[in-house]
Write a protein that binds this ligand. Structure first.
Ligand code: NAD
Length: 525
């Protein structure tokens, strides 16, 4: 039931399966190097015209595509749910709602966010110079995406890249090609000119062919292991790359936190998307004074969750998306139990359902020797550990190779903000978990092995353009004082520049004015 490659005499294909039932949903081409290169060539040919048109015209296409998403909301929700196993409700809340918002935001605001910026160049300005930065499209952006949010992750990058004037070649996960093809269909219906969004379906070999094809930027979202391969391949061509990789995100619950909210957030943060979110709560640290009460609440709320096929009513947790991930979950739990951890609820795959289901699991008596606390589990498991002091909690939170998001729970917001700064993570939430990926305006990305670069927000948009500095000398008839020839007077002036001009004081610099005028009028032959 994992995606298989399938060779027939005519073509090579990948098969997409429903992880809740094992049924085949459909097939897509397994594109090789030749197809990838042709897709890139079509994108390259289409981009200059798109890069030259106004933001208003690009906005029109994105808003048209947004309208089509709204019109096909149910169909798209069902498709995402079928390919991933997540409940339709979750497909809508975690994938479609955020992208509708993001489409609106970048359609409306990209022109403002990328407006040319004048730079204050200090005393050079008084010498009749000016500088501005303009933002130019990069050309063709390659987007390589994973299976856990097969709609939201690639679509956000596609919208931002297109609004910035680029063409895109998208390589979606081999487990979820149909959702990506739906994205392509959507932009076709919105009359995006041909070539601007090329979708190459396939497996890792297709992704590798794309990174090697000569892109202008790679936006990669996926595992650390593949991210390292992509970075190495990109280095060969010096292709700039954004890496959005895995996480082992900690949640710190302080003694003064609202316990009910913290418990609910912990289980949603750990079990939404069947725990397969890069920003899932993967480690929970609770102050020892409230641990018993907190754990009781968490276990009670966890046992109330409904685990079932997404087609059933009011399902909270659906199937995991693939067997490999389910096996990792089992391995981490087994390793933790072997080392002394206690499973309070869940702890096993669900035998009465055919697909890849794992019960939402709460584990205590864990420590950092366990895989469950070190490696990305990416499944519905919430390990809880206690701490005595805040310093200890911060140390535990930072004891990880990852640094994507983190959260601090406290009723003292100012204190929460102070602690947030001590945590090594791209995003730290105070009294929230997971969800800021849904905010179009805020940057998303990690530190340490969670990757580098950003997506979303202005910082994300800046990854998709080349900043160009344009500098103007408005007094071209006056020779610069630092040009040849270096007379004795020139050297004296340069010493003066070192002492006075670089002090940043206009008054000090003005004392050099007579020497500067003399130097400007000096014969230099
Ligand atoms: P993955 O690394 O296995 O695959 C990601 C994509 O890379 C797929 O499209 C795959 O076909 C492609 N690929 C595989 N080998 C390649 C190669 N050599 N060159 C180029 N492309 C190649 O990841 P996955 O299992 O699909 O996704 C799960 C991972 O993604 C988790 O670690 C999760 O944390 C991470 N993730 C991160 C974010 C984030 O924003 N930081 C968001 C979602 C998922």
């Amino acid at each position: 039931m994992t995606t298989e490659t399938f060779e027939s005499t005519q073509s090579r294909e990948i098969i997409s399966y429903d992880p809740a039932t094992g049924e085949e949903i459909g097939r897509a081409a397994l594109n090789g190097g030749a197809e990838v290169r042709s897709a890139l060539a079509r994108a390259r040919a289409a981009q200059p015209a798109w890069g030259a048109i106004s933001f208003r015209e690009r906005t029109r296409v994105i808003l048209q595509a947004r309208k089509i998403v709204l019109a096909q909301l149910d169909e798209i929700g069902k498709l995402i749910s079928r390919e991933t196993g997540k409940p339709v409700a979750e497909a809508i809340s975690m994938e479609i709602v955020p992208t509708l918002d993001l489409m609106h935001y970048f359609a409306r605001h990209t022109s403002r966010l990328l407006q040319p910026q004048k730079i204050d160049i200090g005393q050079y300005g008084l010498m009749g110079r000016s500088s501005q930065v303009v933002y130019k499209p990069l050309g063709v952006v390659g987007i390589i995406s994973p299976w856990n949010f097969p709609w939201a992750t690639p679509l956000a990058d596609v919208v931002m890249a297109l609004m910035a004037g680029n063409a895109v070649v998208l390589k979606p996960s081999e487990l979820t090609p149909l959702t990506a093809l739906k994205i392509g269909e959507l932009f076709k219906l919105a009359q995006l000119p041909e070539g601007l969004l090329e979708i190459v379906t396939g497996d890792g070999s297709t992704g590798a062919a794309l990174t090697d094809a000569g892109l202008d930027k790679i936006m990669f979202t996926g595992s650390v292991a593949t991210g390292k391969q992509v970075a190495a391949a990109a280095a060969k061509h010096l292709t700039p790359t954004v890496l959005e990789l895995g996480g082992k995100d900690p949640m710190i619950v302080l003694a003064d936190a609202n316990l009910q909210s913290a418990a609910r957030a912990a289980i949603w943060g750990a079990f939404c998307n069947a725990g397969q979110a890069c920003a899932s709560v993967e480690r929970c640290y609770v102050h020892e004074s409230i641990a018993t009460q907190f754990i009781e609440l968490v276990v009670k709320e966890t046992r109330a969750l409904k685990l079932d096929r997404a087609t059933e009513n009011e399902v909270d947790v659906g199937a995991m998306s693939n067997e490999k991930q389910l096996a990792t979950v089992e391995e981490h739990i087994a390793d933790a139990v072997k080392r002394g951890a206690r499973v309070l609820t869940g702890g096993r795959r669900t035998r009465n359902l055919n697909g890849w289901f794992h019960e939402p699991t709460v584990v205590t008596q864990v420590d950092h020797s366990m895989e469950l606390m070190r490696d990305e589990t990416f499944g519905p498991v919430l390990p809880i550990m206690t701490f005595k002091t805040e310093d200890e909690a911060i140390k535990l939170a930072n004891d990880s190779i990852y640094g994507l998001t983190a959260s601090v729970w406290t009723n003292n917001i100012a204190h929460g903000r102070r602690l947030a700064r001590k945590i090594d993570a791209g995003t730290v939430m105070v009294n929230e978990v997971v969800y800021t990926h849904a905010i179009a305006q805020t940057p998303w990305g990690g530190v340490k092995q969670s990757g580098y670069g950003r997506t979303h927000g202005r910082l994300g948009l800046l990854e998709l353009v080349t900043p160009q500095h344009i500098h103007v000398n408005h007094l071209p008839f006056v020779p610069d004082v630092w040009w040849f020839r270096y007379s004795t007077g020139a050297e004296l002036l340069f010493r003066g520049l070192a002492r006075r001009f670089t002090s940043g004081s206009i008054l000090q610099s003005s004392l050099l004015l007579p020497q500067m005028i003399k130097r400007s009028l000096e014969r230099r032959d």
